[in-house]
Design a protein around this ligand. Structure first.
Ligand SMILES: NC(=O)c1ccc[n+]([C@@H]2O[C@H](COP(=O)([O-])OP(=O)(O)OC[C@H]3O[C@@H](n4cnc5c(N)ncnc54)[C@H](OP(=O)(O)O)[C@@H]3O)[C@@H](O)[C@H]2O)c1
Length: 290
């Protein structure tokens, strides 16, 4: 039996948050779906609370009466500690007990910037989980992601990862783990390193998308300076672009060439493979790749 106390889901309209909201809403679990825009899904829309990291007036009403928070830090911030820390002050005062932090496989506890948040929630909340997912499969379809946009516009995926391999993961699998971390009666109090079932190079990904969509998509590997400029040209702030490019360099060096069994261990079901994800999104690429 899961815990029926209210869950606040930040990033409620995003890749992970919308699956968390849909799962909790379907189970009749009390929830608040926090984002700037109102979710389009009717079940999520009824639970919506306005929430903007840059508008502190929206924070207190969001956390009042909440037991557990899915915490997605301010997007594209290389140094989120101040903003998130102020929010956590409010959450602690409001009696929030459990935080499930959405972090990244590339960010280790104690790393500068976002890595400082891991210790912050462990130190301040009795119940916590740090989610450290690998790269999302959704990056290849999201309109606003540089990979999704590059595939659509130029038929290419551009990285500074060389032949490095990544355990790409479906956002729905991350959300399934998050739901357990938010609602299991016994808090996980653990870091979950989350990957899909296999690793692939970006060249593998391009080949699979080409096959699924029936249009050629290639991988172009570039040096880190070119990649940084490319990311800023997509509107990513320079500090965050530097962080992302550093992660590409780590991939090139083999840092993400690993898989874990955590999705299966926590949820009892195997994570989606990239091949199945590509098959499920074939229509998207058939329609959109130039
Ligand atoms: N993409 C990856 O491969 C990857 C890998 C590992 C970890 N991560 C991490 O996972 C998280 C999700 O990344 P994503 O790319 O998947 O994002 P995303 O799905 O595009 O989600 C963005 C969410 O944040 C909300 N949002 C945007 N600006 C906001 C603001 N100022 N205040 C409050 N909410 C705001 C958006 O809703 P509104 O616009 O309605 O506010 C939306 O719900 C990020 O923390 C990222 O670092 C991503």
């Amino acid at each position: 039996m899961s815990d029926q106390r209210t869950v606040l889901v930040t990033g409620a309209t995003g890749n992970i948050g919308r699956h968390i909201v849909a799962t909790l809403a379907a189970a009749g679990h009390p929830l608040r779906a926090a984002s700037r825009h109102r979710p389009t899904d009717p079940a999520a829309a009824t639970s919506h609370v306005p929430f903007d990291w840059h508008d502190p007036a929206t924070h207190q009403p969001a956390v009042d009466g909440v037991h557990a928070v899915h915490l997605m830090p301010p997007p594209a911030s290389a140094d989120p500690v101040g903003q998130v820390g102020a929010f956590l002050d409010l959450a602690q005062d409001a009696g929030v007990r459990r935080i499930v932090l959405l972090s990244s496989s590339a960010i280790r506890t104690g790393d500068p910037g976002p890595g400082q948040l891991h210790a912050t929630i462990v130190d301040r909340f009795p119940e916590w989980t740090v989610l450290r997912p690998s790269w999302f499969m959704q990056n290849f379809v999201a309109e606003h992601h540089h990979h999704g946009a590059g595939i659509r516009r130029d038929g290419e995926i551009v990285t500074a990862t060389g032949d490095g391999r990544v355990g790409f993961i479906d956002a729905a699998d991350i959300a399934a783990v998050a739901v357990r971390a938010l609602t299991d009666p016994v808090p996980h109090n653990a870091e979950h390193l989350l990957t899909g079932p296999q690793t692939h190079s970006y060249a593998d990904v391009a080949a699979m998308i080409s096959e699924a969509g029936g249009r050629p998509v290639r991988h172009r590997t570039v040096d880190v300076d070119t990649m940084r400029h490319r990311l800023t040209s997509f509107g990513i702030p320079d500090g965050f672009a530097a962080l992302l490019v550093g992660m590409d360099g780590a991939i090139a060096g083999g840092a993400e060439n690993r898989t874990t069994s955590t999705v299966h261990d926590v949820t009892g079901r195997a994570p989606t493979s990239l091949r199945d994800f590509c098959a499920a999104h074939a229509d998207h690429w058939r329609r959109t790749v130039a």
